[in-house]
Design a protein around this ligand. Structure first.
Ligand SMILES: Nc1ncnc2c1ncn2[C@@H]1O[C@H](COP(=O)(O)OP(=O)(O)OP(=O)(O)O)[C@@H](O)[C@H]1O
Ligand SMILES: [Mg+2]
Length: 581
């Protein structure tokens, strides 16, 4: 759906409210007509007590109808607005979950947060307030203009000529407002993006004493936002004053023309009074309409921003391919993040079901990228990644996560209790199950020692836990989930050696009969794997068992020797210098 169709769909949500507003406006016009009838009868000397009562009763009924239908219309508009607000926010958040990770590299978190809060809010404002007002004012103006034409076409022309001039002025203003709003929109987006980045990276900024420079940059963005907003307010309100004056001149033209026509007898006093009342009401409606006119541009911009997310193609809609556990096969897979340089080059490898495989290689050789492709986080540019014969690219997120568990290189925890963070692995897990998983991940004692135990809230991203503790919680999650495929990407890199040993034992026990893929720099940890895959510069250099690779793969032999050197490496005191480290 394009932005135009989306805006149309939004506007259509107020259909019921528009009907109520229509009745309310017509009741208002009826009141005006009855008032003029009263004046006419007075001048004609036909005003009887009985007529006064009848017309009075009519005006009362119409006024009540105007108020009631207006209230019902506004209520209905608010209902539609808040329903849209909820639907849109849930829709955007639901859609974001389905988008490829590449999308989140292009768009910053602050920009997306701004769309979910600010732009969706604009839709609510339009539906609840602006649209009912625009409908009411344009309808009232149209009915009044039609009545004026019937009553006296000459006075009607006096009223309508300035309207035509104002509409032409407005068409010019739209171009100016479009530019101003685009600048305002850009400034809002940049401020939101930078504000979010600044608050999220304060510890880093402090560590590198960059906070001042970043703070200055943020202030510059805030200033440019204020400037853009001030320009927009000025740009909208100042020309609006000119348009208002032109519009109001219509009433004076009606008065002048009426005074000119009255002595000739071609215009009766009653008609003149009727025209005066109608032209004042017309000008009031048009002025109100003008104050809302730029809201249409705001709506278009916000709708465009929302569509920039909703219009992105989702990946792996659930249910396209039902996965079953089986061999994980890379068939001639090539991949580059965001279509850039190839990170994986023509990789063909099989991780056999129920076996333990290890991926080793230098930093940046593409190990985590392989894990990302198995998890379906990214799609292969060419070739295919398949599980049990079905392509991962066609599988839904739920399907994939049911089969695979992963502990990533950088574990992420939610800002909730430790128990909840572990229970993400299995919905509805009991406290005993959670504690059992934590014990196997060597984190139970540490958690039990906390004042709130398993109910301790871990802070944003797990900020209140150490790197090793976070990894242990992530491992406990995987233990609890007990999926048939487990990927460990440097899962125990930050854990102390004693715990690492215990965790590795627990993982070995847990992973019996499961497919286990271990990514590790410490080769001693993966020596016993059924298959070791050696990565180099995005390609598979060799694969096989440890003993075979030591003999046949010079790169692996080199890595193994380097590992041994690291294992025996020690820091010597000053006096030892000269003998080497
Ligand atoms: N999200 C990303 N966007 C763009 N490039 C990326 C992204 N993630 C990784 N890369 C690039 O892809 C290459 C492979 O990265 P990958 O994370 O797979 O390496 P790795 O073998 O896991 O390294 P390490 O051992 O340091 O974890 C690197 O050159 C890296 O710069
Ligand atoms: Mg990695």
């Amino acid at each position: 759906m394009d932005t135009k169709a989306f805006v149309k769909q939004i506007k259509a949500r107020n259909r019921a409210s528009n009907a109520y507003v229509f009745v309310s406006v017509m009741s208002g016009v009826g009141t005006t007509l009855l008032t003029v009838l009263l004046v006419h009868l007075l001048f004609a000397g036909e005003l009887t007590r009985e007529r006064i009562w009848q017309i009075g009763a009519g005006i009362t009924v119409l006024q009540i109808s105007k108020a009631v239908f207006n209230a019902v219309g506004i209520r209905q508009a608010h209902r539609a607005a808040y329903k849209s607000l909820t639907d849109l926010r849930l829709g955007i958040i639901g859609h974001l979950k389905k988008l490829p990770l590449g999308f989140f590299q292009k768009r910053m978190a602050g920009d997306l947060a701004n769309i979910v809060s600010h732009d969706v809010e604009q839709i609510e404002v339009y539906l609840a307030h602006t649209q009912p007002e625009i409908i009411a004012t344009t309808l009232a103006a149209a009915v009044i203009a039609a009545l004026m034409l019937v009553v006296d076409w000459r006075l009607a022309l006096c009223l309508l000529v300035p309207v035509a001039v104002s509409l032409m002025l407005l068409a010019l203003l739209f171009k100016l407002w479009g530019g101003l709003l685009a600048r305002y929109n850009r400034a809002t987006k940049e401020m939101a993006e930078n504000l979010m980045e600044y608050t999220a990276t304060i510890p880093m900024l402090k560590a590198f004493s960059k906070s001042e420079r970043k703070g200055d940059a943020l202030i510059a963005y805030i200033k440019s936002y204020v400037k853009a907003m001030r320009r927009m307010i000025l740009g909208v309100s100042a020309p609006q004053g000119v348009v208002t004056t032109v519009l109001q001149s219509g009433v004076f033209l009606v008065i002048l023309c009426g005074i000119y026509l009255l002595p000739g007898g071609s215009l009766s006093v009653t008609r003149f009074i009727l025209c005066l009342v109608l032209s004042v009401a017309f000008a009031a409606a048009m002025l109100k309409y003008m104050s809302y006119e730029h809201a249409g541009i705001l709506l278009d911009r916000s709708a465009g921003n929302i569509m920039s997310v909703m219009g992105e193609e989702a990946v792996g809609e659930p249910g396209c391919a039902v996965l079953e556990n089986g061999d994980i096969v890379f068939e001639n897979v090539s991949f580059g993040y965001d279509g850039r340089e190839c990170v994986l080059k023509n990789v063909s490898v099989t991780f056999r079901k129920g076996e333990t495989a290890a991926i080793v290689g230098a930093s940046g050789s593409g190990k985590s990228t392989m894990a990302n492709l198995i998890m379906g986080f990214w799609k292969a540019d060419s070739g295919r990644v398949a599980i049990g014969g079905k392509s991962v690219a066609d599988a839904g997120e739920k399907d994939l996560t049911k089969i695979i568990s992963i502990v990533q290189q950088e574990s992420f925890l939610f800002n909730t209790s430790i128990a909840d963070n572990i229970a993400i692995g299995r919905q509805g897990a009991s406290r005993e199950d959670i504690a059992e998983a934590a014990k196997r991940a060597c984190i139970h004692d540490m958690i039990s020692g906390l004042p709130d135990g398993y109910d301790t809230v871990v802070g944003e991203g797990g900020a209140k836990l150490s790197g090793g503790e976070k990894q242990c919680v992530a491992i406990a999650r995987v233990m609890l989930k007990n999926a048939p495929v487990i990927i460990l990407d440097e899962a125990t890199a930050s854990v102390d050696p004693e715990s690492e040993h215990l965790i590795q034992e627990a993982i070995t026990n847990m992973s019996r009969g499961k497919t286990l893929i271990v990514i590790a720099h410490r080769l001693s940890a993966i020596r016993g794997a059924d298959q070791i895959i050696v990565m180099d510069g995005g390609g598979v250099t060799a694969s096989g068992k440890h003993e075979t690779l030591i003999e046949n793969c010079p790169l692996y032999a080199e890595m193994s020797a380097a590992q041994e050197a690291v294992d025996t490496w020690e820091i010597r005191s000053e006096s030892d210098h000269g003998e080497g480290v």
